[in-house]
Design a protein around this ligand. Structure first.
Ligand code: GLU
Length: 418
């Protein structure tokens, strides 16, 4: 199978798409962005499975369970009732009202559904829309390092420049105020944050957010937040929206989705809550880009968000927390690996520095020798080197089998080195 993981991360788009690009058909903006390691590795796993390989897939953050039945039923009823046409570019009133209800009920945010909410195709599209909406060419966007693999490409597609600020383990994967202040230049326009954070699992506390908010207010910056994991916080932690902090509502673009928490990844549905002035531009953009988000996805998502999460959904989240605990303690017991339970989200962020492998080498070794797919930490930024990201919300049997395979791959080699 070759060094697939390594190849995927290091090869330029030219090597992947071959002749066409050598002929210069691709524009520089796209040619220069890195391929998505999360989607790329997951796609490779699907291909390997089709070839009959028994791969354990801990790569992309996709839960094992399907969408809760009552949500799927709402979408299929909408489809059968003829809800098969384009909706308003901003999204259906029903969906936007449900988003506003949810924001008030669960996030203490009062949103005007008519002027402050737009339906998006998941959170990636929400982020792109937000970035395209407010960036001018060359504006700098501060991002966490490590951060989700798609942030730097999305920023550069929107004409911006990324400035990575390290999340250090000694600071419990959080920025300090000094770090943030030292990174501001006269081109800084946006701080892009993610909580619970992918890949480190950090849930930003009120103090963390107050630091970011203070810097944003002082330097007149916008904040874009990816809150796709907001419901899945562990050990009783509470997610806080930075838009609720003093003076932040008018300078925050809040991006939320149902992909993770309602296991609705295939539906591609999310939304943005942002000030009306910004929203006008985003609606204009959305009309050109997509016309609108899928009608029946909006119908199902409206059902999910219009009421408090049902018992079955809350049970699912509790089960995911238990799996995160099971997986991180299992990984910790393997020679050379060390990790703690995430504060929130789906991932074990595993320190592999004692194994003697780089993250690419180890990800490759696991895929080639044991057919276990993980994401090398280096895919999330330079500061992710020395780690692997492992998705913990697969089925219990897969977790158990995956742990055994990882142990087998590492025990002999690492014992010799330790
Ligand atoms: N966001 C998920 C992850 O980090 C899913 C993959 C993707 O959409 O890039 O794995």
């Amino acid at each position: 199978m070759g060094s697939f993981v390594k190849g995927y991360l290091q090869a330029s788009a030219e090597e992947y798409l071959g002749e066409k690009i050598h002929m210069g058909l691709l524009g520089k903006r796209i040619d220069h962005i890195t391929a998505s390691a999360t989607v790329g590795i997951a796609d490779k796993v699907s291909w390997l499975k089709q070839q009959g390989h028994e791969v354990i897939d801990f790569s992309a953050g996709r839960a094992f369970e399907p969408t809760p039945g009552y949500v799927s039923r709402a979408a299929s009823e909408a489809l059968l009732a003829g809800d098969t046409h384009q909706t308003m570019a901003q999204g259906t009133p029903q969906f936007r009202k449900a988003c506003a209800d949810k924001l008030l009920r669960e996030n203490s945010l009062e949103a005007d559904w008519e002027t402050e909410i737009i339906a998006t195709m998941g959170v990636k599209q929400a982020l792109l829309l937000g970035l395209l909406g407010i960036l001018n060419t060359g504006d700098e966007v501060l991002v966490e390092d490590p951060c989700f693999v798609s942030y730097p490409p999305l920023v550069s597609i929107a004409g911006g420049r990324v400035r990575r600020i390290p999340l250090r383990r000694e600071n419990r994967f959080r920025w300090t105020k000094d770090q943030l202040m030292d990174s501001i230049t006269d081109r800084t326009r946006v701080i892009l944050i993610n909580s619970p954070q992918n890949p480190t699992g950090t849930v930003h506390t009120r103090t963390d957010l107050e630091i970011i908010a203070e810097v944003a207010r002082t330097y007149d910056l916008m904040v874009i937040t990816d809150e796709v994991y907001e419901q899945v916080t562990w050990d009783g932690r509470q997610h806080i929206c930075i838009a609720t902090l003093p003076g932040m509502r008018k300078r925050t673009i809040t991006c939320m989705g149902l992909t993770k928490t309602f296991s609705m990844g295939g539906w591609r549905i999310g939304f943005i809550f942002a000030p009306a002035e910004i929203m006008e531009g985003l609606v204009k953009l959305q009309a050109h880009l997509l016309t609108c988000t899928n009608s029946f996805s909006q119908a199902g998502a409206a059902k999910a968000l219009s009421e408090p999460p049902r018992k079955e959904v809350k049970e699912l989240w509790r089960e995911w927390e238990a799996r995160c605990e099971y997986m991180t303690s299992g990984l910790n017991a393997i020679p050379g690996l060390s990790c703690t339970k995430p504060e929130g989200g789906f991932y074990a962020w595993v320190d592999i520095s004692r194994t003697g492998f780089t993250s690419l080498q180890l990800a490759d070794k696991l895929l080639e020798e044991e057919k276990v797919a993980v994401v090398p930490g280096s895919a999330f930024g330079p500061n992710g080197e020395g780690y692997l990201r492992i998705n913990c919300v697969r089925d219990r049997k897969e977790l158990q089998e995956g742990l055994e395979r990882i142990r087998r791959a590492l025990t002999e080699t690492v014992n010799q080195r330790l």
